[in-house]
Design a binder for this molecule. Structure first.
Ligand SMILES: *[C@@H]1O[C@H](CO)[C@@H](O)[C@H](O)[C@H]1NC(C)=O
Ligand SMILES: *[C@@H]1O[C@H](CO)[C@@H](O)[C@H](O)[C@H]1NC(C)=O
Ligand SMILES: *[C@@H]1O[C@H](CO)[C@@H](O)[C@H](O)[C@H]1NC(C)=O
Length: 208
């Protein structure tokens, strides 16, 4: 009996040790859950994230780093920060990389909880199912948020990025739209003070 208990305790210990070996250590105050990997000794390499100066970052297919704001392991979702707009312009910092583009061979996509605002768009965007009316929430962003002031009086639109849309990119280009920002979990009528800026991504767990 005692031998059996000892066996149980040791093997339980092994299970705990081997799973904690695979999770990476914290990045600053960020707890990194498995399968995320900050280096080759932990996590799963398809879920690479980058720890720089205690800040955690996500790399897009075009080589752009986005700051990670939150990881929710219980829902397999993480939130990255929309890229900053360059001062006194209506250009997102990833404009010349074509906006946000996720590597389609990796187990991430853009979730359906995102309301995207696009700025400085050309007229031909009006054909798509976007809300570009004068009461679109993008107007509030231009008029009331410092960062959006460079986009004042440009054609802007917003839309819910639902499952009918490409779940690997938010596209920008000169002659298309040149800046964007994004809200997670926005509901019609939510006041600007309560907006939750971010781009929510979803990951598929690895087969264990
Ligand atoms: C556009 O968005 C605003 C703000 O959410 C809303 O009040 C309006 O009804 C929308 N217009 C259309 C055409 O969907
Ligand atoms: C993202 O991937 C998940 C898991 O495969 C899938 O259920 C979901 O529909 C995808 N989301 C979009 C917006 O395509
Ligand atoms: C808006 O986009 C055009 C190109 O499509 C660009 O030439 C112009 O500088 C942009 N405006 C601002 C305010 O950034």
């Amino acid at each position: 009996m005692a031998a059996f208990l000892l066996f149980l305790v040791t093997s339980l210990g092994l299970v705990i040790v081997s799973s904690s070996l695979r999770a990476c250590s914290n990045c600053g105050d960020f707890i990194i859950p498995y399968p995320f990997s900050t280096n080759e000794h932990c996590g799963d390499k398809r879920y690479k994230v980058y720890c720089k100066d205690n800040s955690l970052e996500f790399l897009s297919a075009t080589g752009t780093y986005y700051k990670i704001l939150k990881i929710d392991q219980s829902t397999n979702k993480l939130v990255i920060s929309p890229p900053p707009m360059l001062k006194n312009t209506c250009y997102s910092s990833d404009l010349f990389k074509g906006g946000l583009l996720l590597d389609e061979s990796l187990p991430f996509n853009i979730s359906t909880q995102n309301t995207v605002m696009l700025f400085n768009c050309s007229d031909n965007i009006l054909q798509s199912p976007l809300n570009c009316s004068s009461n679109s929430i993008c107007r509030q962003f231009e008029q009331r948020v410092e960062e959006g002031s460079g986009c004042m009086d440009t054609l802007c639109c917003h839309y819910l990025k639902d499952s009918a849309m490409n779940s690997h990119k938010i596209r920008l280009r000169l002659g298309g739209c040149t800046a964007y920002t994004c809200l997670v979990g926005f509901k019609v009528g939510d006041p600007l003070e309560t907006w939750n800026y971010g781009i929510e991504l979803q990951w598929f767990p690895p087969d264990l």
